[in-house]
Design a binder for this molecule. Structure first.
Ligand SMILES: [Zn+2]
Length: 290
């Protein structure tokens, strides 16, 4: 009886030893895996996803009078890189009307575009909110109408026009940042363009785009879509010739993430059709051949 017990005891301890050996081997393999992965990361800097949306980076850099008191100047937004491969992008023919001018990754405004219009202050106690003089009244009317209907909306422009020249310097700054991280010129330019649009490719260069805030949210973040200000804008912007420029689901066509805060003047006729059909400006222009 006693012998039998001893024998069983020895068996159990042998199994335990085997168990320990297996556990140690697994631990070692895991440790080596972590070390190798770490080494790889050291050798090749991880390709960081863009740390800002194409529009927000610039906004936080140049906004001089932000209505909010938030200290954050480097906003992080999750998905900023938009997959646009495998899509044939519309290239706008020259000579269209001024309010339908397309500026995106595939349509670059000419270097002298800034001379084709006059930028004026939006006003309303704000400074540095410039807009095309031919459309600024429509912007003022729209925001005034929303605020008159519901004073709690407190609709206000956060960022409007920026010149191609300013876009160029903002873009170059990003390129330099990635060059400094050891990327090639071509790669640095490519990554920089996911953070700040190339000169002439940002819609803010047209003088017809405005990033708006309201209902206490001037963050230019997706959370804006949960505000009464956003709901009012989406429902009423077309009446003033504006559209929600970067809608959800059209990212591959516009090349820009969903931006509930960004509105673009296109004139009442186009605005009504675009908003009613739930299409984006690129689709509208292509359908009309404009
Ligand atoms: Zn914008």
């Amino acid at each position: 009886m006693a012998r039998h017990t001893r024998k069983r005891k020895r068996k159990v301890s042998r199994a335990q030893v085997l168990g320990w050996i297996i556990a140690i081997v697994i631990l070692l393999v895991a440790l080596i895996g972590v070390l190798v992965a770490g080494l790889f990361r050291l050798l090749k800097p991880a390709e960081k996803p863009a740390d800002d949306t194409p529009e927000t980076t610039v906004v936080t850099t140049i906004a001089t009078a932000k209505p909010t008191t938030t200290a954050s100047t480097t906003k992080k937004t999750a998905a900023t890189t938009v997959k646009t491969e495998n899509i044939k992008h519309y290239v706008q023919p020259a000579g269209g009307v001024w309010y339908l001018k397309l500026a995106n990754d595939w349509n670059t405004l000419p270097g002298d575009y800034d001379q084709s219009f006059t930028a004026v202050e939006y006003g309303g106690g704000l400074s540095g909110k410039l807009f095309d003089s031919r459309a600024v009244e429509a912007l003022r009317e729209m925001l005034a109408a929303g605020n008159a209907e519901n004073p709690a909306l407190k609709l206000q422009p956060v960022s409007c026009y920026r010149s191609v020249a300013l876009q160029k310097s903002l873009y170059q700054r990003q390129v330099n940042k990635y060059l400094g991280q050891g990327y090639s010129q071509a790669r640095a330019e490519e990554i920089a363009a996911t953070v700040v649009k190339r000169p002439g490719q940002s819609e803010h260069n047209t003088g017809l785009a405005a990033d708006l805030g309201g209902s206490g949210n001037y963050s230019l973040e997706e959370s804006f879509e949960n505000t009464a200000a956003f709901r009012w804008l989406v429902e009423n912007c077309a009446d003033y010739g504006f559209i929600l420029r970067f809608p959800k689901g059209k990212e591959a066509i516009t090349g820009v993430i969903y931006e509930p805060w960004h509105y673009r003047y296109v004139g009442k006729e186009a605005a009504k059709e675009i908003m009613e059909k739930g299409i984006c400006l690129e689709e509208y222009l292509e359908q009309k051949g404009l």
